[in-house]
Design a protein around this ligand. Structure first.
Ligand code: PFF
Length: 452
């Protein structure tokens, strides 16, 4: 990637859509609602929104500007600005390597649901225990995982980037419209109104450091931050494109879709469980348990369900393609591999890392790493440990090594930097202190889980 023939996005729209395509994925539709349901509803939403307009804004601006300034992807960018920080690029690059395999396991779940709906059995998926029976089996989760990963690899191999961009422009608006429709339906289900209140009214008694930890991990994940992706994207951005307003638009896109997905899932989950905390805190399975039940209740649910899972699959694919593309380009650059060999190597590595996640709720149920099933462990280690470390060091790097002015100058190449003061305060003081606090608490949390 680090060569002279660097391609670039045609304009602002191209850049914002491509970045939003990477950002909007399973994180928004699958992960955000279950975290919101688990960590107290409204209070989680509020903490998330505050973090998005402060931390999210500052870090995304910093990463995109770093990329645009150096015209290099993460590994090269840190090195070019300070040799001693080259390791930070490698650390960031480790994140997509960890995420891609388990992301593909969940992508496999989505594929399974889509095929179930297409084959006319969608309403079976609404029965209690369907999801648990599926993920605790052996052959099926593996098969769907391999299919999904294979699909991702195929696209990356052929590099149909243009096609994907074009399709994104059509699919993304449809996804939003359909989600809104399902959200409205979900809100008006009997018993759902309490769920809506649970989701939008902050209950400060439910506030804890874990809420902030979970919200921050989700923010990094959802906005594809602290893993080098936005640095790479920034390196493709033209100097005349307004950087600050692009960041604002990506944030609105990403947070908006997460919010709507929460409206789809949380009120319905509340209605079906009567607000039982054990059900609401169910975790990764929430979306898969709840949505089929909504479709089951809905006139034309079979068709709407099919359409919905097509779009989720699409949102997931655009994200996993960008994850795999990043890993492949690292392998090409650093291990001097050809593109085909690199694709194959990344595929094999991801199968090896993904298999334990695919089996973690079934035959490997007995094996836990520091108290977590495999999939949850990979999610935890990347989101709660490595990404905060990368984010912390990035803040130190910008705040104290290259100094915020380097980033401000880059932003001001294209426009006035309106939130300049906020940026400097967050990067230099607030973010590093909060991230360290959060990191400590998440390590303590892990010890807590281990004891059980
Ligand atoms: N941001 C994506 C999501 O919310 O699903 C996940 C992701 C995609 C992370 C691509 C990283 C990435 F490069």
């Amino acid at each position: 990637m680090e060569n002279n023939k660097r391609s670039s996005f045609t304009g602002k729209l191209g850049f914002v859509l491509a970045a939003a395509g990477s950002a909007v994925g399973l994180g928004n539709i699958w992960r955000f609602p279950y975290l919101a349901a688990k960590y107290g509803g409204g209070i989680f939403l509020l903490v998330y929104l505050i973090l998005a307009v402060t931390f999210g804004f500052a870090l995304m601006t910093a990463e995109i500007a770093l990329g645009r300034k150096t015209k290099l992807s993460a590994i090269g960018a840190f090195k070019a600005l300070n040799n001693k920080f080259a390791f930070l690029g490698y650390l960031a690059a480790l994140v997509p390597i960890i995420i891609l395999p388990y992301y593909s396991v969940i992508g496999g779940w989505v594929t399974k649901y889509l095929v179930t709906f297409i084959s006319g059995n969608g309403l079976n998926a609404a029965s209690n225990g369907f999801f648990d029976a599926f993920i605790s089996s052996t052959g099926e989760p593996i098969g769907w995982f391999l299919l999904y990963l294979g699909l991702t690899a195929l696209v990356v191999l052929f590099g149909v980037e243009k096609g994907i961009e074009k399709v994104s422009k059509i699919m993304m608006p449809i996804l939003i419209a359909l989600s809104l429709f399902i959200a409205v339906y979900s809100i008006f289900m009997p018993g759902a109104i309490d769920g809506v209140l649970y989701y939008i009214t902050p209950d400060f008694r439910k506030f804890s450091i874990t809420t902030v930890l979970a919200a921050m991990g989700q923010l990094f994940y959802s906005m594809s931050l602290a893993m080098g992706i936005m640095i790479t994207y920034g390196s493709y951005m033209k100097k005349k494109v307004n950087l600050e307003s692009s960041v604002g638009q990506i944030e609105i896109f990403d947070t908006g879709i997460a919010f709507i997905a929460g409206l789809m899932v949380v009120p319905a989950a509340y209605a079906f469980s009567g607000g039982d905390p054990a059900e609401l805190g169910k975790g990764p399975g929430l979306m898969f348990d709840v949505l089929p039940k909504i479709f089951d209740n809905m006139y034309g649910g079979q068709i709407i369900g099919t359409l919905f899972f097509i779009l989720v699959l699409f949102a997931a694919l655009t994200s996993s393609i960008s994850l795999m593309e990043t890993v492949v380009s690292i392998f090409c650059d650093k291990l001097k591999m050809g593109r085909k060999t690199a694709c194959l190597a990344v595929f094999i590595l991801s199968v090896a890392l993904g298999l334990p996640s695919a089996l973690g709720y079934g035959v490997l149920d007995g094996i836990k790493i520091i108290g977590f099933p495999f999939l949850d462990f990979f999610d935890f280690i990347s989101n709660s440990i490595i990404m905060p470390i990368v984010a912390f060091l990035t803040c130190i790097f910008i705040g104290y090594i290259i100094k915020p002015k380097a980033i401000i100058d880059e932003v001001e190449l294209s426009s006035k930097f309106r939130r300049k003061k906020l940026f400097v305060i967050v990067i230099k003081y607030i973010a590093p202190i909060c991230i360290v606090a959060i990191l400590i608490s998440s390590v303590l949390d892990a010890f807590e889980i281990m004891k059980i």
